[in-house]
Design a protein around this ligand. Structure first.
Ligand SMILES: CC(C)(COP(=O)(O)OP(=O)(O)OC[C@H]1O[C@@H](n2cnc3c(N)ncnc32)[C@H](O)[C@@H]1OP(=O)(O)O)[C@@H](O)C(=O)NCCC(=O)NCCS
Length: 142
C-alpha cells in the first residue's frame, strides 16, 4: 500500500488532549454529545484503548469493553477523515482484538459495515438497544 499509515498506535491515555479530540471529532461530524471530560472517562474506564498518532497529532481512536472472559464490545472507532483508507482503523482494531482472545466481540454501526466486514466481522441480527432515560443525561456528562 503506497500511502500506508506510518504513524504509531499506542494506548497512552495521558498523551491525549481531550478538548482537542472532541473538537476534532466534531469537525468530522462524529461527536455524539459527550463533553471532553466525559469522553476522557469513556476511554479511561474502557478495558482496552488504542490511539493513532501521526506527526504528534492524534488522528484515530478506538476502545473496547470486555469482561475478560467471553464477551467484548467495540466502540468509538474513528479515523480522522484526512487520513482514511490508509489502514489506521485496521491497525487500531487489530491491536484491540489481540487483547481479547477467545471472546465474542459485538458492535453496532450505521454505515461502517464494509470496514468491519474487511476485518472479518459478520452481521448477526438482531441488534436491540435501550437508552435508560435521556441520552447522556447522567452525572458523568454534567
Ligand atoms: C470507518 C472508519 C473508522 C474506517 O477507518 P480507516 O482508517 O479509513 O479504515 P482502514 O483504512 O483501516 O480500512 C480498511 C478497509 O476497510 C474497508 N473500508 C474502510 N472504509 C471504507 C469505506 N468508506 N467504504 C468502503 N470500504 C471501506 C476497505 O476494505 C478498507 O481497505 P482498503 O482501503 O484497502 O479498500 C472511518 O471511515 C471513520 O472514522 N468513519 C467515521 C466514524 C465511524 O463511522 N466509525 C465507525 C463507528 S461504528
Amino acid at each position: 500500500m503506497p500511502n500506508a499509515f506510518r504513524g504509531v498506535i499506542d494506548d497512552h491515555l495521558e498523551r491525549v488532549n481531550w478538548e482537542q479530540a472532541k473538537a476534532d471529532l466534531a469537525a468530522d461530524d462524529f461527536d455524539n454529545g459527550r463533553s471532553a471530560s466525559a469522553l476522557r472517562r469513556s476511554f479511561e474506564q474502557a478495558d482496552h484503548v488504542a490511539f493513532a498518532w501521526l506527526d504528534g497529532r492524534l488522528i484515530g481512536m478506538a476502545r473496547l469493553l470486555s469482561d475478560g472472559v467471553s464477551n467484548a464490545y467495540l466502540l468509538d472507532v474513528w479515523t480522522q477523515s484526512t487520513v482514511r483508507r490508509r489502514g489506521v482503523a485496521t491497525s487500531m482494531v487489530g491491536q484491540l482484538v489481540t487483547a481479547v482472545p477467545g471472546q465474542h466481540i459485538g458492535l453496532q454501526t450505521d454505515d461502517a459495515e464494509p470496514f468491519y466486514a474487511s476485518l472479518g466481522f459478520q452481521c448477526q441480527p438482531q441488534f436491540m438497544s435501550l437508552v435508560v432515560g435521556g441520552w447522556l443525561d447522567n452525572a458523568a456528562n454534567r
